[in-house]
Structure formats: structure tokens, C-alpha cells
Write a protein that binds this ligand. Sequence first.
Ligand code: NAI
Length: 331
Amino acid sequence: GTTPVTVTVTGASGQIAYGLLFRIAGGAMLGRDAPIRLRLLEIPAAVASLEGVAMELEDGAYPLLSSIDITDDPKVAFEGANIALLVGARPRTKGMERSDLLAANGAIFTDHGSAINAVSDDDVKVLVVGNPANTNALIAMNNAPDVPRSRFTALTRLDHNRAIAQLAKKTGAAAADIERVAIWGNHSNTQYPDLFHATVAGRPALEVVDDPDWLEHDFIPTVQERGTAIIKARGASSAASAANGAINHVRDWVRGTDGSNWVSMAVCSDGSYSVPEGLISSFPVTCTDGEYTIVPGLDIAEFSQQRISASVAELEHERAAVEELGFVKPR
Ligand code: NAI
């Protein structure tokens, strides 16, 4: 048959990976005609538990799964990677300052970016899920000078899906009837979920909702704070929904977006919408033939511009911090 697609997943014994790997093996990400080689990376302390995950993958007897390799060496894990899902990251633990978090993750994503640069396939597509996702992607990208910058992306599809879910709930529409929601900026609580271009069964969403107060005081903060609400309720951060967002992100990037719809992805800015060039920021995008395009020419209301700028300012601060720490060369 066909040559297998090599999919590398880091943090492979963690929560999100547990929601991700079995669906990838089942064909949810790349389709049911694409055989898959899985290459799974963990830190040495988690390799034993990863062996258990690999045993369960075997026990799925997935027709598409041609091999599973597990390792604690990034140079082995990223060998020949066509798709790289960077889920593993250092979580913030008690007493850790934000700068400690950036430093711990800076080291990881420098290492992973260099390994991708050295051993991945020429067509590699990278999705960073591990937080702070946008800035981790920035670090990996800057440490992979031979890989086109367009191949480094970060996950805001979960936020995008959350925005669709809230709008569906408010309007009573089905999620499938909602199009052109957008997430702008950072995957953090400064993100801006935008409904100004969204439609519900083809009608402008804000007309259908007809409640500016809901938009500003309910919808936006609910989407921004949804991750925190889930931690509170579940005692653990969103995992299955994050895995689902990651699968949606890669599936659409590889296989294309639908018709008149678009999706949100954090990608390297080309200066569109006044987002400084080189930042990894979320935009509405369309995808065809394995390439994404930032949706051009949207009218951005003053209400939206202020909120986009606030989130982009946060990304600039994070970039300055990792430049200061030496993970990204100062411009
Ligand atoms: P988890 O703690 O269950 O799993 C993370 C795994 O990464 C652990 O098994 C750990 O050993 C591994 N890891 C740490 N450093 C590594 C390294 N250098 N190389 C390989 N593996 C390494 O965490 P979970 O719930 O799976 O979340 C993973 C990340 O995703 C977190 O940073 C979380 O904040 C982030 N996240 C991002 C979302 C998004 O929408 N962008 C949504 C939800 C979570």
C-alpha cells in the first residue's frame, strides 16, 4: 500500500496524549487510507508508563498502525516526522514564577526545535499544544532555521470550538450551522474570540443573538476562562477536548477546510492585521493542499481591534522575555 505517515507525539504518556493517540491510530486525523508510524517521546521518568500506553495501542489492533516506537531521545522521536505534535511541556507548579516557567519550557522547545531541524522530514508540519503554546512554538521555530516558518503552528482550535459551542447554546442552533467564528492572539485568557464575521445558518451571528451585553460580558469571558472553569470542575485541565482540537487542527491543515468556512490556528504572522511579523498569533485561516492562508481583508471593528491588540501585546512581552533568556535571538 501507501507509504506510512510518520506522526511524532511528545508528552505521550500524559492526559492529552491519552485522548489523542487512539483516535490518530483509528484514522480520525489523517483519514482511513493513511497508514501511520507513531513515534512517541517522553522524559525518562515516564517511559515505563509510556510502555503501558504502547501496549494498549497494540491491543487496539488498528489496521492503520504500522509501527510504534517509544523513546526519551528527541533525535530519535522526530526522525522522519511528517506531523509533529508537541504536547509535552513543563507545567507550572507551586511557587514557580512565570519566568521559571518560560525558562523550563524554553529549554524543552529549543531542544525539540533543533531535533526537528536535524531529523524531521522536509515536509514536516508542527503543532504545539504544550503551554505557553504560542511562545513555545516561537522558540521551536527559531531553533529550526532550515524548516520554513509556516510549518510551526500552535493550538487555538480548542478555543475556536469553545466559541462555537457557546454560540450554539445561546442561539439554539446546531454547531454544524455555525461558521466563521475566529480566535485572535494568544492561547491565554487575553485571547479574543470574535463573532463579528460569524454566521448562524447563514445569518450574521450578532444579528441572531441581538444582545451586545451577552457578547461582551458573557460570551467573551466564558470562552477566555473556559480552561480555568474546567480545571475547577474536573480537578485537571481539559484533555479530551484539547486532543479533539489538535486532531481538528491537523486534519484541516492537511486535508483542507470546508467551503465558505474557516478555522482558527496560531501561525507565524506575516504582519497581517498589524500583528508584528514573526509572532505566533491566532488568526482565522483557510487551508488547501496542505497550506494555510490567513483570511485577508476582514473589516475589524474598533471593539475587536482593542482586544486583538491587548492579546498581541501579551505575545510581544512573552517574546521579549524569551529573547532575554536567550531562547530566541533578539531581532
Ligand atoms: P500532562 O502533565 O498530563 O502530560 C504532559 C506530559 O509531557 C507528561 O507525561 C510529561 O512527562 C511530558 N513531558 C514533559 N516534558 C517533556 C519533554 N521534555 N519531552 C517529552 N515529554 C515531556 O499534561 P496534559 O494535560 O497532557 O497537557 C499537556 C500540555 O498541554 C500542558 O502544557 C497544558 O497546559 C497544555 N494544554 C494546551 C491546550 C491548548 O489549547 N493549547 C489545552 C489544554 C492543555
